[in-house]
Ligand binder design. Sequence first.
Ligand SMILES: Nc1ncnc2c1ncn2[C@@H]1O[C@H](COP(=O)(O)OP(=O)(O)OP(=O)(O)O)[C@@H](O)[C@H]1O
Length: 238
Amino acid sequence: MSTLDIRDLQASHGQLRAVHGVSLSVKPGEMLFVLGANGAGKTTLLRSIAGDHRAEAGSVRLSGVDITGLAAHHRARSGLALVPEGRRLFPNMTVRENLALGRSTSREGPWTIEAIYEAFPNLAKLDHAPAGKLSGGEQQAVAIGRALMGDPVAIILDEVSLGLSPAAVDFAYDALKRVRDMGIALLVVEQDLNRALHTADDLMVMCEGHVTLHATPARTSLNALAAASFGHDEGETA
Ligand SMILES: Nc1ncnc2c1ncn2[C@@H]1O[C@H](COP(=O)(O)OP(=O)(O)OP(=O)(O)O)[C@@H](O)[C@H]1O
């Protein structure tokens, strides 16, 4: 059974339909990437799944349970975590304090701060550092750790590598791969097609609110992903 199962999700901003009937599913320990150019509808899709934006139609199921009617904080308590674009840590609070907040906003599970440090030894060294002083990659890892504190079965992440140096992206992706190995379902929005192609279990490209390509890495290419981002088939000229 899929951990996250989205059927025909539709969402708008006023008169503008940003997501046109998107369906996807993510299994335990699987990483599905959502790719696409600016304005493709990726963030609206993620926010609609998390319950931060109201979907007009469609369904969201988590571990087989329909959570479509739940508010965002109840979805979080059901085991769905969102790591938003920009990570939204509290810069003046320490890594430990930011991690502790993950517990207070979500459900109780086996995760403690010590367990997070065991899973991500690089974070343990930063325990008392203010989050605002960390590199972008370290901040992303703290945001992932904060999500884990809520004992999620699925984590959705927006723009994982945006604004990060290549070394910082490596750091963040190392954390993500560890989370995947824990059996958690990951839905990741990424602008870096190459990075996605080399990390994903499954890939989806959106253009103007529609899914223009859905394939495993073995069955697609960088060219096909780029073409689909602009709504073309591979080889088609603009
Ligand atoms: N708050 C909003 N009010 C009005 N229109 C919006 C709002 N947020 C997004 N949009 C519009 O909805 C469409 C989809 O935007 P969305 O942010 O979901 O795309 P995206 O793929 O995440 O792009 P980006 O990479 O730029 O964040 C775009 O046309 C965008 O201009």
